[in-house]
Design a protein around this ligand. Structure first.
Ligand code: ZN
Length: 140
């Protein structure tokens, strides 16, 4: 399964201390009408709730980390779920001892955050339930 897109525009911005990353990116995508694209970000957080999809049980495990951490890499995509722009974001964070943790990003509280959203031109993927994985994956 493959689609070809052209880049429509690139938005670059920052969030402020205390902002929640996933909700903020979702709001921006909705406000700007972005249904297909790439998300990129770096910065630091004071709290992050990250997840791991347990393939065997088909359940998301999640854990909240409330400590100062660097965002080494935050990457994601935008597609459509339930008729709305839906950002899917993963993150790698580093802790005070330089060790890293990472996973699916459920929420994160910004200390400092700089990001880009690269909007694609074309018909966005739509997510639907996938029997093989139990996940909501791109259908077309
Ligand atoms: Zn994920």
């Amino acid at each position: 399964m493959l689609k070809e897109f052209k880049i429509k525009r690139i938005l670059q911005g920052r969030l402020f201390r205390g902002d929640e990353i996933v909700a903020s990116i979702t709001n921006i995508a909705k406000e700007k009408g972005i249904t297909a694209g790439l998300i990129n970000g770096i910065g630091a957080v004071e709290m992050a709730k990250i997840g791991y999809y347990e393939q065997k049980t088909r359940k998301y495990m999640s854990q909240e980390f409330t400590e100062p951490m660097e965002i080494l890499s935050l990457k994601g995509n935008v597609s459509i779920k339930d008729g709305e722009p839906f950002p899917h974001i993963h993150v790698v964070l580093s802790r005070e001892d330089y060790s890293s943790i990472g996973g699916h990003l459920f929420e994160a509280q910004v200390f400092a955050f700089e990001f880009e959203i690269i909007e694609f031109e074309g018909t966005a993927y739509e997510r639907g339930f996938d029997e093989d994985t139990g996940l909501f994956l791109w259908k077309g």
